[in-house]
Design a protein around this ligand. Structure first.
Ligand code: OAD
Length: 248
């Protein structure tokens, strides 16, 4: 029999900070990074997603991100993405969604207030001149297909790689300081700084004593001790129950 979970209490003055990771897209068929077989052609993700890999082997890096572009285009949002979009419909600007994911499944399920701290799969930018990132759905499977910027720099994925600074940190800090509820979904709690957000919210957040923090995923994350409650289950099964908005 399917397990059932109690709805979490979100009051009229609560501000909810949601952090999602690869696990929320797992039921859409997108592979997580550290799950079983979390390798790509024998490489750990840290070896493919780094400025060093880009310098050494841009063709391999673009093949990796082209494969991910293909997989994300073929995937559809799941019940977990929709539950968060619905919650945004109810809470409006009292909900802030920060994702470590580079896919666009949150947007495709209807979420509008989404911030991608690790960049976006369907955007590219120059690796040299600091020009703006631009929408890009192309696949670059061989070096011959690689593009150049007008300045002569190489076009790279607009992804925050290991060793680079995550995007939007000021906005994220401000939201962490105001939130009263922290909901973390499908992330292993090992990649910084995201792994520390729950602790920051509880130490510095609005009335730190009252910040309630919840984790949703089939396994306990590395930072499980930082949560008020862990819902051990798949995001697509747990979120629609704990965030149920119908009848209100
Ligand atoms: P990981 O692959 O490290 O962790 C995925 C998490 O999702 C694990 O804790 C799983 O237990 C959980 N999970 C699996 N199936 C799930 C389901 N159906 N519902 C809910 N949870 C599920 O991915 P992240 O923590 O997101 O960075 O990885 C963090 C960052 O490291 C990524 O953003 C990426 C990666 O390298 C960059 O690409 C820069």
């Amino acid at each position: 029999m399917a397990e059932s979970w109690e709805k979490i209490a979100i009051g009229a003055t609560d501000r909810v900070f949601v952090l999602t990771g690869a696990g929320i897209s797992a039921e859409s068929g997108l592979a997580t990074f550290r799950g079983a077989g979390g390798l790509w052609e024998g490489h750990r993700v840290e070896e493919v997603a780094s400025p060093y890999a880009w310098q050494r082997d841009p063709e391999m890096v673009w093949r990796f991100y082209s494969m991910r572009r293909k997989a994300a285009s073929a995937a559809a949002p799941n019940a977990a993405h929709y539950a968060l979009a619905e919650l945004e419909g109810v809470l409006g600007e009292r909900l802030f969604l920060c994702t470590q994911n580079v896919d666009n499944l949150h947007e495709r399920s209807g979420s509008r207030r989404v911030l991608h701290m690790h960049g976006e799969l369907f955007q590219s930018r120059c690796d040299h001149c600091g020009g703006e990132a631009f929408a890009d759905t192309r696949l670059y499977e061989t070096a011959a297909e690689h593009a150049r910027c007008d300045c002569g720099g190489r076009i790279r994925p607009d992804i925050v790689w290991f060793g680079e600074v995550p995007y939007h940190m000021e906005r994220i800090s401000a939201e962490l300081e105001q939130c009263t509820v922290m909901l973390v979904v499908g992330t292993s709690g090992v990649v910084q700084p995201a792994a520390s957000f729950v602790r920051w919210a509880r130490q510095r957040g609005a009335g730190s004593a009252v910040v309630r923090s919840y984790y949703v995923g089939p396994e306990h994350p590395a930072n499980a001790g930082d949560f008020t409650q862990v819902f051990e289950g798949k995001a697509g099964e747990v979120l629609p129950q704990i965030l149920a908005t119908d009848g209100e």
